[in-house]
Design a protein around this ligand. Structure first.
Ligand code: ARG
Length: 478
């Protein structure tokens, strides 16, 4: 993670500091004001994007003749030097660096002198600047996360291939319903993740608009070239309306929703891992490297990762509500409230990145207890609907078939007689129908395209792999 270590040249209590906007004011802000309003601790993470935006802006200023070519070159060199210091962690932040924009401009001016550094902010405001920085950052990070989602999908796909025709009970209402292939169950999670990839990339497309040139809110009297700046920064287009450009944080709200829903998917996987790892289910054995112990109980092996994935999703959901609430009452255009966009976005991206990595390792390394799954799936009721559907094949209405089989199931439970015996003895069913109750037969009868049996799952795996390939290209892993 590109982080700048917190170095401040001044020690001791904070002095009243000089600000970019100091000219209008007789004094600097009170220390409490700086403490409350400064955003450097959060937004310094945007230093690469901030310098990229400033470099593009400087090139444009030189290209349109607002500054000379020599000034443009000096500015670019200075910005490159600032980048180097920040990347190396040698950059010294100072009291008065209220945000990353101020810090970069202040240092540039030290390096190049005020005649050059003092021209960087020509035709620009921190309002269009910060909007640009965050779009650049978000665009890159969301694509990287989408690629990481693909990694988890790949793990699920590989595990699905490995387990072949193994099956387990499928559940509704957490009651055993019908046997399904384990591969089918794993791929169900994989397909949900493919929608997350879609959503992240769709959000990136809406992020891919340059706000630079909008100024504080209305553009400028200078002959700026926002199209050129947009192209230089690799944006798909520039803003259409300067007021909208500095006010719009839709992409942040969307990204937070995408990440919350992705989190919900991971959380649901986490919940199943927790269940499956219990002695009661016993479907999964967690690898030592991906489980945790108890400080008191020597025998414990806990699925803490899966629980945290579930638990931290609460935060992700909270960020969506928080961001929308921040936005809902804002008049056009920029309001300082918008500074509250970064913390939730950074946190959501960080948390989802960590969750994907940890959960991916957990799923990749877990051992499946296939015998236990099979045993649970071969219970008496597993093939009940197959008996009814067999009767349908014999020409009976499904409702009548359902009534016959359900009364046999009840009989079997109440009189403690094996279902197979009752089926064999029933005039409409008999010996051929009994074969449906044999272990492992029911799951083979799930033949519907997209269904849970071996035929459709083999086909599904082909489609799944193809989808991963296509999405791999979409995230730049062609
Ligand atoms: N720290 C601010 C933010 O993140 C930068 C923009 C400040 N603009 C202003 N007019 N005070 O939104």
């Amino acid at each position: 993670m590109p982080e700048v270590p917190p170095r401040r040249s001044s020690s001791g209590p904070k002095k009243q500091s000089v600000r970019l906007w100091g000219g209008r004011f007789a004094s600097g802000p009170a220390p409490q004001v700086a403490d409350y309003t400064d955003s450097l601790a959060v937004d310094r993470r945007l230093y690469r994007e901030d310098i990229a935006g400033s470099t593009a802006h400087a090139r444009m200023l030189a290209a349109v003749g607002i500054i000379t070519a020599a000034e443009g070159r000096a500015m670019e060199r200075g910005l490159a030097a600032v980048l180097k210091e920040m990347a190396a962690g040698t950059f010294e932040f100072q009291a008065g660096d209220e945000d990353i924009h101020t810090a970069v401009e202040r240092r540039l001016t030290e390096l190049t002198g005020p005649d050059v550094g003092g021209k960087l902010h020509t035709g620009r405001s921190r309002n269009d600047q910060v909007a640009t920085d965050l779009r650049l950052w978000g665009r890159r990070e969301l694509v990287a996360l989408a690629a990481q989602v693909l990694d988890l999908q790949t793990v699920l796909g590989r595990r699905a291939e490995e387990v072949g025709d193994a099956y387990l009970p499928g559940y509704t209402h957490l009651q055993r319903a019908q046997p399904v292939l384990l591969a089918h169950h794993l791929l169900a999670h994989g397909w949900a993740l493919s929608r997350d990839v879609d959503r992240l990339l769709a959000t990136v497309a809406r992020m891919d608009v340059s706000p630079l040139g909008a100024g504080a809110l209305a553009g400028s009297s200078l002959d700026l070239g926002p199209d050129e700046v947009a192209a230089e920064l690799g944006f798909a287009s520039r803003f259409e309306n300067s007021l909208d450009a500095v006010s719009d944080r839709d992409h942040v709200a969307e990204a937070l929703f995408d990440l919350a829903l992705l989190g919900v998917h991971l959380s649901r996987m986490g919940e199943e891992i927790v269940l499956w790892a219990t002695e009661e289910f016993g479907f999964i054995r967690l690898d030592d490297a991906y489980s945790t112990g108890s400080s008191m109980l020597p025998q414990k092996k806990n699925p803490d990762i899966a629980e945290l994935v579930r638990g931290k999703t609460g935060r992700l959901v909270g960020h969506v509500a928080g961001m929308l609430t921040t936005l809902k009452g804002l008049p056009l255009s920029y309001n300082r409230d918008l500074q509250e966009d970064k913390e939730p976005l950074f946190d959501a991206v960080d948390q989802v990145r960590l969750a994907l990595a940890a959960l991916g390792g957990m799923v990749a390394s877990a051992g499946f207890d296939l015998a236990r799954m099979r045993q649970a799936a071969d219970g008496q009721g597993a093939a009940a609907v197959d008996l009814a559907e067999w009767l349908v094949g014999e020409g009976m209405a499904f409702r009548d078939a359902h009534t016959i089989v359900s009364s046999l199931v009840r009989d079997s439970i109440e009189r403690h007689v094996p279902l197979a015996e009752l089926v064999e003895a029933h005039p409409a069913l008999g010996g051929e129908a009994v074969r449906l109750l044999e272990a492992g037969v029911a799951v083979t009868r799930r033949t519907t395209p997209g269904g849970a049996g071996p035929g459709p799952v083999a086909e599904q795996l082909v489609r799944y792999r193809r989808r991963l390939e296509v999405d791999g290209e979409r995230v730049g892993r062609g």
